[in-house]
Ligand binder design. Sequence first.
Ligand code: SAM
Length: 288
Amino acid sequence: MLSYRHGFHAGNFADVLKHSLLTLAINALKQKDKPFVYIDTHAGAGKYSFKSEFAQKTGEYQQGIAKLWDSQDAPPELKDYLSAVRAENTGRQLVRYPGSPQLVKRLVRQQDRLVLSELHSSDVEALQQLFAGDKQISVSKEDGLQTLTKKLPPIQKRGLILIDPSYEMRDEYKKIIAALTTAYKHFATGVYALWYPVIDRTATENFMRQLEQSGIPRQLRIEHCIADDGPGRGMTGSGMLFINPPWQLDSQAEALLPCLNQALADGRGHWRVEWQVPEATVASAVRN
Ligand code: SAM
């Protein structure tokens, strides 16, 4: 049974990292006219209200997007993400937030497609209502990990796959690694973006090590922690592992992370941008 609801967490510091990087990656795909597909394996409800009882209960967005959304001196790497958030909020108050589907819908062009999976009944209903009649978008109530392979390779031959699980199940890490490795075999040129939490540092590093050793090349790890590693109870940070990241995402992230750290952690957090499986390995893999 799924109990996770993203409404409790929408717009928190982890969403800011995930959605700002997602925006940069989508923008990079738009550099070429050729259409692409955006696959969101764990789509959530599409968009969120900060007036909902979920958001009111946790107030997590106050420590996230609320600290940034009306910033006048945000770096260029945040511009389009913040514009998308502002576009949801026509008044002076921050009351709505675009989840990954609504954010990407705002960024893509007519020729691009969105393929969204969500398992939770209420969230998939909200998603279906949000995009009802939109021919650019398909929404399915299905297991996004289990059904990923059948969508690959996409007919467009270009695509970004966001894997953003709720990490509720004990065997979730294992399933993600299996799904990613199989997906990569079907579509080795796709851009993959996997979100992960930092709650228990040992568990996070084990997960990363297994991905590093999966045989998949070109892995870029981008992580932001707003506090020191904790005893494994609360989330102190989060990260995005990109496979085949778009060109210059690493340098864009290098520019972005200090700003996020300043805005969201008063400069007291820590962050990393590192090639977990470096580009150089690809060259040698190709040579061999
Ligand atoms: N990607 C969304 C965003 O950035 O706005 C947030 C997604 S939230 C972190 C994870 C979602 O995955 C939840 O809504 C949960 O119901 C859903 N979920 C959990 N397991 C799933 C599965 N196997 N397939 C599809 N959706 C799943």
